[in-house]
Write a protein that binds this ligand. Structure first.
Ligand code: GLN
Length: 196
C-alpha cells in the first residue's frame, strides 16, 4: 500500500444509498490528501480492480443479495482482497449467518445477524453511541437496523445497543448497523481508511 493519496475506494452500486456513501468517502479522502483517486461506483467485477476498500451500502439486504448473484458479483466479492465498509444492509450481507433465508450472506465476517432487530416500534431512531476507540460518542442514525447476536473469534464488537452488537471490527473490515454516510462525522470512515 502507498500513502493516503493512493487509497482507492469503491461503493457497491447495486441498490441502496450509494451516492451518500460516495460523497462521504470523497469528503474523508479530501481531508487526508489533496490529490486522491475518485470514489468509484462498483457494478461489475471489473470495477473492483485496484480498489483497497469497498463500501457496501444500506438498502434492502434481500434485494442486494439477489442482485449480487444476478450481476455475477458473488465470486469477485468473495475474492476481493480489500476492506469492506459494511453499513446496515451491508452489515447483513457481510455476515456469515443471517436468520432470513432470503439473504445469502458473503461470510466476510464471522457473525450471526438478526435483521430489523429493534422491532416495529423502534424502526428508525438516532442516538449518541459510545464506540470503543472513539474519544466521544458517535451520533448514529439507525434505519430498520440489524444487530449481531454472535461474533466469531477474530472479530471485535466496538459498540453494543441492546439487543446486540452494532459495530463489529474484523480488520480490514468494519460493519456498522447505522448510517455514518448520512452525517458529517467521518471518524468511522477514517478508522476504516487507517486500517487499509
Ligand atoms: N432492514 C434492512 C435489511 O435488512 C436494512 C435497512 C437499511 O439498510 N437501512 O436489509
Amino acid at each position: 500500500m502507498g500513502g493516503d493519496g493512493d487509497l482507492r475506494i469503491g461503493v457497491l452500486a447495486l441498490q441502496g444509498d450509494v451516492s451518500e456513501h460516495v460523497t462521504a468517502f470523497e469528503a474523508a479522502l479530501d481531508a487526508r490528501s489533496e490529490h486522491h483517486a475518485p470514489v468509484v461506483a462498483v457494478r461489475r467485477a471489473e470495477d473492483l480492480a485496484g480498489l483497497e476498500g469497498l463500501a457496501v451500502p444500506g438498502g434492502e439486504s434481500t434485494a442486494i443479495s439477489r442482485l449480487i448473484d444476478k450481476n455475477r458479483m458473488r465470486r469477485p466479492l468473495l475474492e476481493f482482497g480489500g476492506g469492506i465498509f459494511a453499513t446496515c444492509a451491508g452489515m447483513v450481507l457481510a455476515a456469515s449467518e443471517v436468520h432470513d433465508p432470503r439473504v445469502d450472506p458473503l461470510g466476510l465476517i464471522e457473525m450471526t445477524i438478526e435483521r430489523n432487530a429493534f422491532g416495529r416500534q423502534r424502526e428508525s431512531f438516532e442516538c449518541d453511541l459510545p464506540v470503543n476507540g472513539l474519544s466521544h460518542p458517535f451520533h448514529a442514525v439507525f434505519i430498520r437496523p440489524p444487530v449481531a447476536s454472535r461474533i466469531g473469534p477474530g472479530a471485535r464488537g466496538l459498540a453494543v445497543l441492546e439487543p446486540g452488537t452494532v459495530v463489529v471490527r474484523k480488520e480490514p473490515h468494519l460493519a456498522l448497523s447505522f448510517h455514518p454516510e448520512l452525517g458529517t462525522d467521518l471518524r468511522l470512515h477514517h478508522l476504516f481508511l487507517d486500517g487499509l
